[in-house]
Ligand binder design. Structure first.
Ligand SMILES: Cc1cc2nc3c(=O)[nH]c(=O)nc-3n(C[C@H](O)[C@H](O)[C@H](O)COP(=O)(O)OP(=O)(O)OC[C@H]3O[C@@H](n4cnc5c(N)ncnc54)[C@H](O)[C@@H]3O)c2cc1C
Length: 569
C-alpha cells in the first residue's frame, strides 16, 4: 500500500503527458475539473528546455552527428532518422528502459513532458470512412464502433486549436479539414501532380497536411504561439511554437486554468480497481527519483501513456476480479497489435526545370493518398498505402553533417551547386491487426521500478510483403512514365517499429466479447477508465494516426465529463 492522503484526490487523472494526454488534461481543466497529469519523465518547459533550438551548425561538437560510441551503445534508437546530435536528449536510450523482443521490434520512445509530440514529423491527415469501414468491408479485425461522422466535428475542434496547414482537395479518401493556408509545392512536385492527375483517374498528389501555423489565428496567439518560420529545426523544439507540441500548446493552456497538477517523475505502476465499488478508484505511482510508492484517486482515469505503455499499465493492473489485466475478460488485451509498413522507398532525378530552384525551406512536402483497393478489392493483398513525394535541388545546408571548421564554413557560404532535380517517395502502408501479433508482460524480468518488462511478439506478414512489392512496382511505373530517371528502389527490411505508429492491443469495438473498449473509449468492463491513445485503434489506416488520437481524446474527455455530471461515473 502506497502513501496517500486527501491532497491526492482529483476529479480526473491522466496518465502520460504527450500528444494525447495533453489533450485530455486541456479538456478537463478547461471545464473546471481538477486534474492530475502524471508523467514518468522529466519536465520540459516550452523554449527554456529546448537547449539546441537556436544553435548554429558549427556549434555542435560532433558536426550534427551522433558519436559512434553512442550509436554502438544504442543500436535501436540510432536507427531512427530523427535521432541526431541536436535531438538525442529527447529520445529514450536503449539501456535506460529495456524491453523483451521475442521477435525484433524497434521501439522508439520519448519519456518526458510532451512525450513524442516534441520530435514528431507533424503530418496530420484525417481518416475517412474507407478507414473506419475497412475492417467490416474487408473482413479483418472487428468493426469500428464509430464512423467518420462521429469524429468529424472533433477533427475540426482539434485542428483549429492545433493549427493545421493544407489545401481543400475534395477527396473522399482523405477528408478536408479546417485548414490554414498551405505552403507551396515546387515546380517538379506540381509537374508530378499534374501528370498523375491527367494520367491516373483515381490517383492524386496533394500538399501534405501538417501541424504548422502558416497564418496565426487568435486562438494560436492566445496560446503564445506564432507563425512557423520554416526553419525545419522542429525536432529540437520550436521557440516560436510554430508547430504543435503538447509543451507549447495543451499543457500550458491547462496550467493557465489553475486546475492542472503536473507531476513529472511519476511512473504509473498500475490502476487500482475496487471490487466493492465495481470501478477503478485511482492509480499506483512509483516516484522515479525516490522509488516511493504513492496512490492518487479520481472518479475518472485516462490512459495516455502511448500505445505500448498503455498496454503494459493495463496488463499490470491485476486484481482478483481482473487477474489478467484491467478489463481483460476476453483475454484479448495486448493482441491484434499493429503498426505501419514504412519499409520501401524510391528515388530518382528529373532532367528539366533547370531554370528553377527552391528558395528557403518549408516544413513539409507533397503526399499521395491511398489509391489501392479503395472503392473495390483489386490486388492480391488487402488495403493499401499512401506515399510521400518530395523534390529538391542542391541547397547550402545539404551534406554539412560531419564537416568542421574551414570546410564547413566554405560549404555554408558557397553558392550551392545546382545539379538536376532529385525526387523521392516513401511508403506508408496499412498493416492488418492479427491475434498472432501481440504484446505481453515478461514473467520474470522487471525494470528499475519493479514493473514487468513488456515482451513484443510482432512481425510483418505475407500481406505486407505483397504490398511492399506493389508499392515498388506502382511507384516505379509512375516515376518512369513521368520521365524521372536514375530510379532506385529499396526495401529496408527493417523490423517493425521505426514507423513509430504503434496501434492496438486495447481495441475499440461493439462487443465486449471481441473488443476491450466501447465507442467512447471506455473499458467495457470498467467504464470509468478511458484509453484514447494508439492502444485503442481497431485498425491502422494508411494516414498518420496522431490527429485521430487527439480527436478521439477530446471527444472521450467531453463524454466523460457529461457522464460525471449526470452521476454515471
Ligand atoms: C520522429 C517521429 C516522427 C513522427 N511523425 C509523426 C507524424 O508525422 N504524424 C503522426 O501522426 N505521428 C508521428 N509520430 C508519432 C507520434 O509522435 C505519436 O503518435 C504520438 O506522440 C503518440 O501520442 P501519445 O500521447 O500516445 O504518446 P506520447 O506522445 O509518446 O506520450 C506518452 C507519454 O506517456 C509517458 N508515459 C509512458 N509510460 C508511463 C508511465 N508508466 N507512467 C507515466 N507516464 C508514462 C511518456 O513518458 C510520454 O511522455 C512521430 C514520432 C516520432 C518519434
Amino acid at each position: 500500500m502506497g502513501v496517500t492522503n486527501d491532497k491526492m484526490k482529483y476529479d480526473a487523472i491522466v496518465i502520460g503527458s504527450g500528444m494525447s494526454g495533453g489533450w485530455a488534461a486541456k479538456e478537463f481543466c478547461d471545464k473546471g475539473f481538477k486534474t492530475l497529469l502524471l508523467e514518468r519523465g522529466r519536465d520540459v518547459k516550452h523554449i527554456k528546455d529546448y537547449p539546441t533550438t537556436n544553435m548554429y551548425p558549427w556549434e555542435f561538437k560532433h558536426g550534427g552527428q551522433v558519436p559512434q560510441k553512442i550509436q554502438d551503445e544504442n543500436p535501436i534508437v540510432s536507427k531512427c532518422y530523427a535521432f541526431r546530435e541536436d535531438t538525442m536528449h529527447f529520445f529514450v536510450k536503449d539501456d535506460e528502459h529495456p524491453y523483451v523482443q521475442e521477435k525484433p521490434f524497434d521501439w522508439i520512445r520519448g519519456y518526458q513532458v510532451g512525450g513524442k509530440s516534441i520530435m514528431w514529423a507533424r503530418q496530420t491527415q484525417r481518416w475517412s470512412d474507407f478507414d473506419y469501414e475497412g475492417p467490416a468491408r474487408d473482413g479483418f479485425a472487428v468493426d469500428w464502433p464509430i464512423r467518420y461522422k462521429d469524429i468529424a466535428p472533433w477533427y475540426s475542434y482539434v485542428e483549429k486549436f492545433v493549427g493545421i496547414s493544407g489545401n481543400k482537395d475534395g477527396l473522399a479518401v482523405l477528408p478536408d479539414g479546417d485548414f490554414l493556408p498551405a505552403w507551396e509545392l515546387t515546380c517538379v512536385e506540381n509537374y508530378f501532380k499534374d501528370f498523375i492527375g491527367k494520367n491516373y483517374k483515381d490517383r492524386h498528389v496533394i500538399y501534405a497536411r501538417c501541424a504548422h501555423i502558416s497564418q496565426p489565428q487568435p486562438i494560436h496567439i492566445e496560446q503564445g504561439r506564432g507563425q512557423c518560420q520554416s526553419r525545419t529545426l522542429c525536432q529540437r523544439g520550436c521557440p516560436f511554437g510554430g508547430y504543435f507540441n503538447a509543451n507549447s500548446s495543451t499543457i500550458p493552456w491547462a496550467l493557465k486554468t489553475g486546475n492542472l497538477t503536473l507531476r513529472p517523475f511519476s511512473v504509473v505502476h498500475s490502476i487500482i480497481y475496487d471490487e466493492k465499488k465495481g470501478k477503478a478508484t485511482g492509480v499506483r505511482v512509483i516516484d522515479a527519483n525516490t522509488k516511493e510508492a504513492i496512490e492518487f484517486t479520481a472518479p475518472v482515469i485516462f490512459v495516455n501513456a502511448s500505445a505500448l505503455n498503455s498496454n503494459l499499465i493495463l496488463l499490470n493492473s491485476t486484481s482478483s476480479r481482473f487477474p489478467n489485466g484491467l478489463g481483460n475478460d476476453n483475454g484479448l488485451m495486448g493482441k491484434y497489435f499493429a503498426f505501419h509498413n514504412y519499409r520501401a522507398r524510391i528515388s530518382g532525378t528529373y532532367d528539366g526545370f533547370k531554370e528553377f530552384t527552391t528558395d528557403g525551406k518549408r516544413p513539409t512536402s507533397a503526399y499521395m493518398p491511398r489509391f489501392r483497393n479503395v472503392e473495390k478489392q483489386e490486388t492480391d493483398f488487402l488495403r493499401g498505402y499512401a506515399a510521400g513525394f518530395a523534390s529538391f535541388r542542391g541547397y547550402a545546408n545539404e551534406g554539412i553533417d560531419g564537416l568542421f571548421g574551414e570546410e564547413l564554413k566554405n560549404k555554408l557560404t558557397a553558392k550551392p551547386e545546382l545539379g538536376v532535380w532529385g525526387v523521392g517517395s516513401h511508403m506508408m502502408g496499412e498493416t492488418i491487426p492479427k491475434e498472432t501479433n501481440f504484446v505481453t508482460l515478461d514473467k520474470d524480468k522487471k525494470d528499475a521500478w519493479g514493473i514487468p518488462l513488456l515482451k513484443m511478439s510482432v512481425e510483418y506478414d505475407d500481406n505486407d510483403e505483397k504490398m511492399t512489392k506493389d508499392f515498388i512496382e506502382q511507384m516505379t511505373e509512375m516515376y518512369t512514365k513521368a520521365g524521372f530517371t536514375d530510379i532506385k528502389t529499396t526495401d529496408s527490411n527493417n523490423a517493425p517499429g521505426l514507423d513509430i505508429h504503434e496501434m492496438g492491443g486495447v481495441r475499440m469495438g461493439h462487443d465486449p466479447k471481441t473488443s476491450l473498449l466501447n465507442k467512447w473509449n471506455q473499458l467495457h468492463a470498467c467504464t470509468n477508465v478511458f484509453v484514447t491513445d494508439g492502444a485503442c485503434m481497431t485498425s491502422t489506416s494508411t494516414q498518420n494516426p496522431s490527429l485521430t488520437y487527439m480527436a478521439l481524446t477530446a471527444r472521450a474527455a467531453n463524454h466523460a465529463m457529461e457522464e460525471m455530471k449526470k452521476g454515471n461515473l
